[in-house]
Structure formats: structure tokens, C-alpha cells
Design a binder for this molecule. Structure first.
Ligand code: ACO
Length: 427
């Protein structure tokens, strides 16, 4: 492979180095482009733009490969605990028993919320969208933890990490409980990280809480599958906000807002709402397929398509299997699962979807599992945020440790040319 590419421009030949990744991915290093040519690149949606070098996640969209720090997602989802995966993502290696134990103990030390922050949550209207509430509360965490992180100190960095890993699950559980009209209570910190989250969320005030291993295991798997996905919209947001040296909590709050949109994490809510609408409309799948293909109709098949996966999304395969298992184990029949499977089968044999390489993504089946657990549709994306937390932390940490410059894209201006200001009475 050549080491450089040459750009011919205004009679000059300008060379740019090629950069190679560890999995044989290549890019053109255009850092000196503007200085050498006064040109910039234009790439809306960043479809061809690498914003950083990263050692956290590898994904091959053509082959459907996803690896965290070199480990296959299939392997991690089948065998690992979410907290182990979080440690792996953030610190780069799987923890040994002692390291994992310490991580959990340190997180538990931080698993409480200032009573004044609780009052803020209580003052939100019950109709508020849980993602808006979670983003606001995460942002408010900065006010209750005002000390900035010295990113050159591993100890400081570690403290900020265990703090957010401890506090976000409490906020998530409370946002869920508030929506359900349940009292805001803490969990049982003798339990594991995921088991405690389930308890904090599902414990009823009038009943002894009995853990359901099917729910604990499904939650563990979903959190792992959502934990990290390289430079997607919310992760890029976290990195870019953090690149201004805003703190970890502020960066995560921005990531939560980015995740909310229906083209990103909000798709899990949109999928179940779509499936439910199809069901209530008589289950006419073919009509909805036609709507999805009609360019004059804004309807899209939610949960289908992905910017990077052009063959299949490995997470979707795992989640589809898990959805079947969870519903069977819980003895539930959900008619929307049936509609989802029929819709998938229809789309996979339709030239419109086949030609555009549109396959089910991670969120096509995840909402069905959350629904089976008793989580309301509007809270699905909050669960996604909880899963994505270690990925955001890992990316923020990597960006700060690599001393990356502030993120500041350029633009091609296409507005008005210079004009004189006219006073109001002359307009
Ligand atoms: N339904 C119908 N048509 C679609 C869909 C869909 N879900 N997704 C893409 N297409 C079509 C587009 O209309 C376009 O067609 P054209 O070439 O005739 O104009 C073509 O496929 C390419 O689509 P783009 O929007 O250009 O692809 P992009 O990479 O920009 O978008 C995205 C990817 C946002 C995920 C898109 O597929 C989509 O909107 N999917 C539905 C929302 C969704 O499920 N989001 C979750 C993604 S996973 C995650 O973020 C966790």
C-alpha cells in the first residue's frame, strides 16, 4: 500500500500521508490541508471523516463485526458481566477479581444523590419525557459536584468515573420510578451492579422484592450490547463537549441529549410505537412497507438501517434471540414481537431494503425486551443511556488523555455577501 496520496491543485502536487489502523483500515491525514492549500473538506454527516484515532472499539460494517478492546461482542454478551465490560472499556483490560471488587466497592461509595437534587427531580411534571429529565439531572450533578477533574491525575480521573458510575443508575431508577408514581428509594448495595439496578427500579412499596434471574440476565445483556459503539452521534457529542475541557458530567449530559433523538437512541421508543400503531391499525404490514419506501411520505421503518452496518448488525442478532428467550421465560406473549418478525422478513426480501443494505439495527428488538420487563416506552432510551455510560466515559477519558485539540469544524459560507445596515424606519 502506498504511504501517501497526492492532490493535484492549481498546477501543484501536494502530498498527504496515509494513516493505517491495527485492523487494516486506512485514512488520509488531512491535518495540513488548509495550511498547504487554503481548502477544507466538506462532508455533511461526517460520512467519510475520522475525528480521532481510538483504541476502544473496532467495527466492520460490511462483515458485521463489533469488538470492544479486541473482544467479540458475541463473546462478551454471552459470558461477561456488565461491570466487567465497563471496566474493560474504560481502562483497556478485563479486570481481575480484586480489581472488579474494588471497582464495585468504590462505585457503591458514590451511589447516593444529594437530597436537594432529589427535590429537583420531584419538581418535574410527571408528563415530562424521562430523557429530558435525565439529561437535566445529569447536568445538575455538576452543581452538586463542582470540583473539576485534573485529567493528569489518574486518581482524580478514577474518582470522577466511579462517581458517575455510582450516581447515574440511581438517577435512571428514580426517573423510571417517578414516571411510574413509585417512591424514590435506594437499592440494596450488597447486590451486584446490575442486580441492584433491577432492584432499585422494580421494587414495589407493598411487596418484598424477589429478584428475577431472567430479568437480571436480560438487563445485563442489553447493557453490554449498548455499552459502546465508537464515534456515533452521542459519543462524538461527548468527545466534542469534553474537548472544550468541560467536565465529565457536563459532557455525559450532552451525550444523553444527543442519544434522545429518534434517528439515534430514541429509535427503541419509536420502534415499539411504530409496531403498536401497526397492530392497532389491523397489522397490515405491506401498507407500512409501502409507506417506508414512498419518498413523499416521512414514515421510515424505525429500527432499520445503520450508518455503518451494511450487512447485519451483530447486536440485533443477539437481541432478537434474547427477546424470544425473555418472553418465553416470563411466559409472555407480545403481539408486537410477531409483527416485528413479519416486518423483518418482509423487509429482508424487498429490493428497496436489500439494495440499500437496510437491516434491523440494535433497537429493532430491544424495546420489546424492555417492555417485557415492565419498562414504559418513554423510558427505553434512558436504559440505553445507562448502558452507553461506560462507552462515553472511555471515549472522554481517551480524548483527554490524548490531549486532543478542541473540536471545531469549519464550513463553506453560502449566505449573503456584504450589505449595508438599513435603519428600521427605512425597511
Ligand atoms: N426506512 C426507509 N428507508 C430508509 C431507512 C429506513 N429506516 N433508512 C434509510 N433509508 C433509505 C434512505 O431514504 C436512503 O434512500 P435513498 O438512497 O433512496 O435516498 C437510503 O436508505 C440511505 O439512507 P440514509 O438516511 O442516507 O442513511 P444514513 O446512514 O444517513 O442514516 C439511519 C442511517 C439514520 C440509521 C437511517 O437508516 C434511519 O433513519 N433509520 C431509522 C432510525 C433508526 O433505526 N435509528 C437507529 C440507528 S441505531 C442507533 O443509533 C443506536
Amino acid at each position: 500500500m502506498a504511504k501517501n496520496v497526492t492532490l493535484s491543485y492549481e498546477g501543484k502536487e501536494i502530498e498527504f500521508p496515509l494513516v493505517e489502523g491495527t485492523e487494516n483500515e486506512w485514512g488520509i491525514d488531512v491535518k495540513t490541508l488548509r495550511a498547504k492549500t487554503n481548502l477544507i473538506t466538506l462532508d455533511p454527516g461526517f460520512k467519510n471523516t475520522g475525528s480521532c484515532k481510538s483504541g476502544i472499539t473496532f467495527l466492520d460494517g460490511e462483515k458485521g463485526i463489533l469488538r470492544y478492546r479486541g473482544y467479540d461482542i458475541e463473546d462478551l454478551a454471552a459470558n461477561a458481566d456488565f461491570l466487567e465490560v465497563a471496566y474493560l472499556l474504560i481502562f483497556g483490560e478485563l479486570p481481575n477479581a480484586e480489581q472488579l471488587d474494588k471497582f464495585l466497592v468504590d462505585i457503591k461509595e458514590e451511589s447516593f444523590i444529594d437530597e436537594d437534587l432529589k427535590k429537583i427531580l420531584e419538581s418535574f411534571p410527571s408528563a415530562a419525557h424521562p430523557m429530558g429529565v435525565l439529561s437535566s439531572l445529569t447536568s445538575a450533578l455538576t452543581a452538586f459536584n463542582p470540583n473539576s477533574v485534573d485529567v493528569d491525575s489518574e486518581e482524580d480521573m478514577y474518582k470522577a468515573i466511579v462517581r458517575i458510575m455510582g450516581k447515574l443508575p440511581v438517577l435512571v431508577a428514580w426517573v423510571f420510578r417517578k414516571k411510574e408514581g413509585l417512591p424514590l428509594k435506594y437499592g440494596d448495595y450488597s447486590l451486584g451492579y446490575v442486580e441492584n439496578i433491577a432492584r432499585m427500579m422494580f421494587r414495589k412499596p407493598n411487596k418484598e422484592y424477589i429478584a428475577n434471574p431472567v430479568i437480571d440476565s436480560a438487563l445485563n445483556k442489553l447493557l453490554i450490547l449498548h455499552a459502546e459503539h465508537e464515534q456515533n452521534c452521542s459519543t462524538s457529542t461527548v468527545r466534542i463537549v469534553g474537548s472544550s475541557h468541560a467536565g465529565l458530567f457536563a459532557s455525559i449530559a450532552a451525550g444523553i441529549s444527543a442519544l434522545w433523538g429518534p434517528l439515534h437512541g430514541g429509535a427503541n421508543q419509536a420502534v415499539v410505537e411504530m409496531l403498536e400503531a401497526i397492530r392497532q391499525d389491523g397489522g397490515d404490514i405491506k401498507r407500512y412497507m409501502e409507506k417506508a419506501k414512498d419518498k413523499s411520505d416521512p414514515f421510515r421503518l424505525m429500527g432499520f438501517g445503520h450508518r455503518v452496518y451494511k450487512n447485519f448488525d451483530p447486536r440485533a442478532r443477539i437481541i432478537k434471540k434474547a427477546a424470544n428467550e425473555v418472553l418465553t421465560d416470563l411466559g409472555l406473549v407480545d403481539p408486537v414481537l410477531d409483527i416485528a418478525k413479519k416486518l423483518e422478513a418482509e423487509a429482508l426480501s424487498d429490493p428497496y431494503f436489500v439494495d440499500r443494505k437496510l437491516y434491523p439495527n440494535v433497537d429493532f428488538y430491544s424495546g420489546i425486551i424492555y417492555r417485557a420487563m415492565g419498562i414504559s416506552t418513554e423510558t427505553f432510551t434512558v436504559m440505553f443511556a445507562l448502558g452507553r455510560l461506560p462507552g462515553w466515559i472511555a471515549q472522554w477519558r481517551e480524548m483527554r488523555k490524548n490531549k486532543e485539540p478542541i473540536g471545531r469544524p469549519r464550513q463553506i459560507y453560502v449566505g449573503k455577501n456584504h450589505r449595508e445596515f438599513l435603519p428600521l424606519k427605512s425597511r
